[in-house]
Design a protein around this ligand. Structure first.
Ligand SMILES: [Zn+2]
Length: 1091
């Protein structure tokens, strides 16, 4: 068992993957004006026709002899079934998957080579064992601590990846040794991606047409007042810009590493039920210094402005001698306890300071940048780094022992988004970076790329500013004023006409499904929202239902009612009437509505218990392949028939066993392979799992994971027995059906030369080294990437990261959303620590640990997380603190790190010794990888508030509603009181805990019951009472809910409630039979650190 950190195993090679060089396929499809690509031959786009050599179509089936057609209304379960037509074999209406009709998006290897489709590794390196990761090494491996199961640390064997400073700045050559070193190339021309004709890259510099051709669509927040980053007019190089030699050159990794495939999910675990012991705290540990860290309570918003980063901006003034970073970031290493220590580095003795939580949710730290830069920097909710100060070298990063990575929420719903329409999108000729606020203008006609430092010409068109309607101020263009911006792409960004919005619903109608009653809710939700589905006049919809057979619905215009077509040959699935199964929503709306109205009754009496999900998916894939689109699967049981059939792998008796958890990886690669096929055809698959039984989410989840879909999970869903779940499902469905959606998307993340991105986390397929294939993108999806430093960043003061998401909107527009983040480079450990973002670090670690659980084991992942805390605090103690003192010391900015690590160890995804259903664990793992950081953090460390004494003091006022702002409390029963009521917000679920002696006022005024005994058992809705207390409580809960895109259910619980153990399990600071208390955990860390 390795005690090393994550790098050696978590998936993919960490080797040098991406050297942000001239990308071969910059965000997909950029191409030059006038150059036509191979894929655009088709003069007109007709998705339906596009199917390969169109075989005879309509008419054939409906009237054929073998083809009983059932008007939906006359269907009886068990009625006659269609079988494959005898004559001439199966209608080969569905094109072979590779012969896709229209050109598919990026031509590159859309379909991964078979070898990549291994189910056991994330980004398998086709050739070689995992390279040693440069990014994050541990050389400390504390021995077991002789305590309960959880915290023990394996003895330390040969650790594969010791810190090796010497190697650190050398791009690790292991994995892709055939690639030339990063800095080699010279050519400006770039090997075109497969399918792309070679081109020289001059297109973008041609003087454009006349000045004013651009229109802007949403002139939101331009800040004309800000000086451009690097003033336009004449030469003096912009102040802060590093001025590396303008070699026009560039990095080139001509041969990028092979595409990565990703892979298996983690494995499962055991049961046990412990809890309930609330040891009292050791003496001397009670509320030592309450107010310390956080200062007086204030609102998050305000806090954000006044956060820790107190380093003076003069830090960045150009020293006379030139831009040496050494002068720029005065070393803070000497700081220890002096009063001048920035707040972030204030020394905190964790063993003495107890109340470490800020009173309200923590804002992201602010990078230490000059104010004018920071003012326009990307919003941390969208783009955030684990270290807000980037170490100058890999060896420095290795010393800090903190993971370096980015967390993104690229398609987040934004209240303000500047949108630009332009025939020329200005990008770096060398590395294809989009012009952004952090480039420098050498003069009015030239700008220098902030990623590769190439000097580019400013196109004529760009000289006109549509906002100010003036000429000659390129630095005031919206592109240079906004770190987040969206372009409406010109035709070069399309390889085929943008696809229409296509939605296919695949519904489980087995006996089990009907029993849950979900079908009613689904049909009603879709009926209610049918006009709100994102789309335009081309939008198409279709439906498939299945049990042991597959049922299609002919919805062709002109029919008097929907026709049901049943295919019983599930081994070799075919589409009965390929042209009338996906129909134009506008033209066929009435038939669709008819179907939705009759569907719930149609299967009411079914006794069919089997589930041929795999075949239904294959059918759905055939149906969607020609256009791409979205599949939504509703499944209520373990698929047990035909392809993709699964067997139960969970032994309920083992749920709490301390042994390692098994079955965190998929049982079959069927779902992954199908997902990759889907991805290749621009189809994403979303899975709604509603089940009370084990469904093998480890296997089923792959269908969404690799196709960039989402997974929703409603354990124990039942329309009568579980009303809270029903409400949740309804709200989630509404959001799901109506939220924004992007089709046929790709995302590329670039970073300044010298930095390299390797491992990706989220739901997607990695098509080439740095290009994520996202058949659908939704506003609720988060992503994370890990990075390493391949070349010293010596002469740089800042580095930038740019995420570009190219997608087709539901209205058929090709759009590009670009986010650019700028961060300072520092050369001292103290500065690195001062810039640590403990929330982002925790989020990234969680992703890494999920991978590690699958590729190694759960216990290995747990050890690595504990080591993460030990290593970083050891490094801090040894290299930053100059005055040693006893205790467990952390810089203020990392004071919550041990708590968050302990929270992760106790989280459903990673806990041991506590009975945890395998699917629950897997779902928690999915969420940690997929959710945007802010929501993942609530799952890890819920927020606890006392709510029986809410007041208006310090309340927010939003739209004339007063929102009380109670203080966040520590997660310990010590904080609970029988006389009070507490709300625990765990992200996707909330608990309202009522103390046995809760003040009657709260019971009557908020819950509407006379006394404690009268609180109903399954209360999940607060009554709308006309009392101040009720209004405050509901306003607060409503406000919390409004801040997230999903609907957290609320459970009111008492001592007797079944859910009480779940609530108590979230009391992270307390000890349980199987896990340490926070204080014990700290002692454990201290013991390891002082070794
Ligand atoms: Zn560039």
């Amino acid at each position: 068992m390795s005690t090393a950190g994550f790098n050696s195993q978590n998936g993919t090679g960490t080797g040098q993957a991406y050297v942000n060089g001239p990308s071969q396929n910059p965000v997909g499809l950029q191409q030059l004006p006038g150059v036509s690509y191979g894929m655009t031959h088709q003069p007109t786009y007709n998705p339906m026709q596009a199917k390969a050599p169109a075989p005879p179509v309509t008419g054939l089936y409906p009237s054929g002899p073998y083809q009983p057609v059932h008007p939906v209304s006359s269907y009886q379960p068990g009625q006659s079934l269609l079988t494959r037509p005898l004559i001439g074999g199966p209608p080969s209406h569905t094109p072979p998957q590779s012969a896709s009709p229209g050109p598919r998006l990026p031509p590159a290897q859309t379909t991964p080579p078979p070898s990549a489709v291994s189910s056991s590794s994330y980004y398998p390196n086709p050739r070689q064992p995992q390279p040693m990761a440069p990014a994050w090494h541990y050389n400390t491996a504390p021995p077991p601590m002789g305590q309960p199961t959880s915290m023990s640390i394996p003895p330390h064997g040969p650790v594969p990846n010791h810190v090796n400073p010497a190697a650190s700045s050398t791009p690790s050559s292991a994995p892709y040794s055939s690639a030339p070193p990063a800095h080699v190339s010279h050519s400006v021309t770039q090997p075109p991606g497969p399918g792309m004709p070679p081109t020289s890259l001059h297109g973008y510099t041609q003087p454009g047409p006349a000045p004013p051709p651009m229109t802007h669509m949403a002139p939101h927040t331009y800040q004309p007042s800000r000086a451009p980053y690097g003033p336009p007019p004449t030469c003096p190089p912009p102040t802060m810009k590093p001025t590396p030699p303008p070699t026009g050159t560039l990095m080139a990794n001509a041969t990028p590493p092979p595409p990565k495939a990703d892979a298996g999910l983690p494995q499962p675990g055991p049961p046990g039920r412990h809890l309930g012991h609330y040891p009292s705290l050791p003496p001397g540990y009670q509320n030592t210094s309450a107010l310390h860290n956080a200062g007086p309570p204030m609102h998050p918003a305000m806090q954000a402005a006044t956060q820790p980063y107190t380093q003076p901006p003069q830090t960045y003034q150009q020293p006379p001698g030139g831009p040496g970073p050494a002068q720029l970031s005065p070393s803070l290493a000497a700081l220890s306890l002096q009063s001048s220590t920035p707040e972030a580095l204030r020394v905190v003795n964790l063993l003495q300071e107890r109340n470490l939580l800020p009173p309200s949710p923590m804002p992201a730290p602010t990078p230490c940048l000059p104010q004018d830069l920071q003012k326009i920097n990307c919003n941390p909710e969208v783009f955030r780094s684990t270290l807000t100060s980037i170490p100058q070298t890999q060896s420095l990063l290795n010393k800090a022992k903190m993971p370096l990575g980015l967390l993104l929420h690229p398609f987040k719903d934004l209240s303000q988004l500047p949108v630009v329409t332009s025939s020329t999108i200005v990008r770096c000729r060398s590395c294809r970076t989009y012009i952004n606020p952090f480039v420098s203008f050498l003069d009015q006609r030239r700008w220098k790329c902030n990623l590769c430092y190439r000097v580019n010409d400013v196109p004529e068109e760009f000289m006109y500013n549509p906002v100010s309607r003036s000429y000659g101020e390129p630095h005031k263009r919206p592109e240079v004023q906004n770190a987040t911006i969206e372009f409406i792409a010109p035709s070069e960004y399309m390889l085929r006409p943008p696809q229409p919005a296509v939605y296919l619903f695949i519904l489980d109608v087995s006996h089990n499904a009907v029993e849950t009653g979900y079908l009613n809710v689904f049909c009603q939700s879709l009926l209610d929202n049918i006009n709100a589905l994102p789309g335009d006049s081309r939008t198409k919809v279709g439906f498939i239902t299945f049990d042991s057979t597959i049922h299609f619905y002919n919805l062709q215009e002109g029919l008097s009612q929907p026709q049901m077509l049943i295919v019983s040959d599930i081994e070799d699935i075919f589409l009965p009437t390929p042209d009338s199964l996906l129909v134009n929503l506008n033209e066929c709306k009435e038939l669709v509505q008819d179907l939705l109205t009759s569907l719930p009754n149609l299967f009411e009496k079914t006794m069919e218990t089997q589930s041929a999900l795999g075949s239904a998916l294959q059918a759905a894939f055939k149906l969607l392949s020609p256009t791409g689109g979205r599949m939504s699967i509703f499944q209520t049981q373990l698929p047990n028939l035909g392809v993709g059939a699964l067997q139960s792998r969970e032994d309920p008796n083992q749920r709490a066993s301390a042994k390692d958890i098994q079955h965190l990886s998929p049982a079959t690669d069927f779902y992954k392979k199908l997902a990759l096929d889907c991805s290749g055809q621009q189809v994403a698959v979303d899975l709604f799992l509603l089940s009370s039984q084990y469904c093998d989410l480890a296997s089923l989840g792959c269908i969404s994971r690799y196709s960039a879909g989402s997974v929703y999970y409603y354990p124990s869903y039942h329309h009568q027995h579980n009303p809270a779940q029903v409400e949740c499902f309804q709200k989630d469905l509404k959001r799901y059906l109506t939220r924004k959606i992007g089709f046929e998307a790709v995302m590329r993340i670039r970073c300044t030369k010298g930095l390299s991105i390797h491992t990706f986390h989220g739901n997607f397929f990695v098509r080439s080294t740095d290009l994520l294939s996202l058949p659908n993108v939704n506003p609720d999806a988060g992503f994370a990437v890990q990075m390493s430093i391949e070349e010293n960043l010596d002469d740089m003061q800042v580095v930038s990261f740019q995420a570009a998401l190219l997608y087709t909107s539901s209205k058929g527009e090709r759009r590009i959303r670009v986010h650019t983040l700028c961060l300072p480079v520092v050369n001292s450990l103290a500065d690195i620590f001062a810039g640590a973002d403990v929330q982002a670090i925790t989020g990234l670690l969680a992703c890494m640990a999920v991978d590690r659980s699958a590729t190694a084991s759960l216990s290995d992942a747990r050890d690595a997380m504990t080591n993460a805390a030990i290593d970083s605090l050891t490094s801090y103690r040894q290299s930053v603190l100059t005055i040693q003192q006893p205790g467990l010391l952390a810089p203020a900015c990392l004071r919550l790190f041990p708590l968050f690590i302990l929270a992760l160890l106790k989280q459903k995804a990673f806990r041991t010794g506590t009975s945890t259903r395998l699917d629950d664990r897997l779902f928690a793992m999915c969420q940690l990888k997929y959710q945007p950081l802010v929501y993942a953090l609530l799952m890890i460390h819920p927020a606890l508030y006392r709510v029986d004494d809410l007041t208006d003091e310090g309340a927010l006022n939003i739209n004339d509603r007063t929102i009380p702002q109670p203080r966040v409390l520590q997660l310990s029963v010590e904080k609970l009181s029988r006389e009070a009521a507490f709300l625990m917000d765990a992200g996707t679920v909330m608990y309202l805990w009522i103390g046995r002696n809760c003040h009657p006022n709260f019971l009557t005024q908020v819950l509407g019951v006379p006394n404690y005994a009268a609180v109903p058992d399954n209360l999940y809705l607060l009554p709308e009472l006309d009392t101040a207390e009720s209004q405050r409580t509901r306003a607060f809960i409503g406000w919390l809910r409004d801040q997230r895109p999903f609907f957290p259910s609320l459970h009111v619980i008492r001592d007797e409630s079944q859910l009480k153990p779940t609530f108590m399990q979230n009391m992270i600071e307390d000890r349980t039979e199987s896990a340490l208390s926070y204080y014990e955990f700290l002692l454990h860390l201290q013991q390891q650190i002082s070794k």
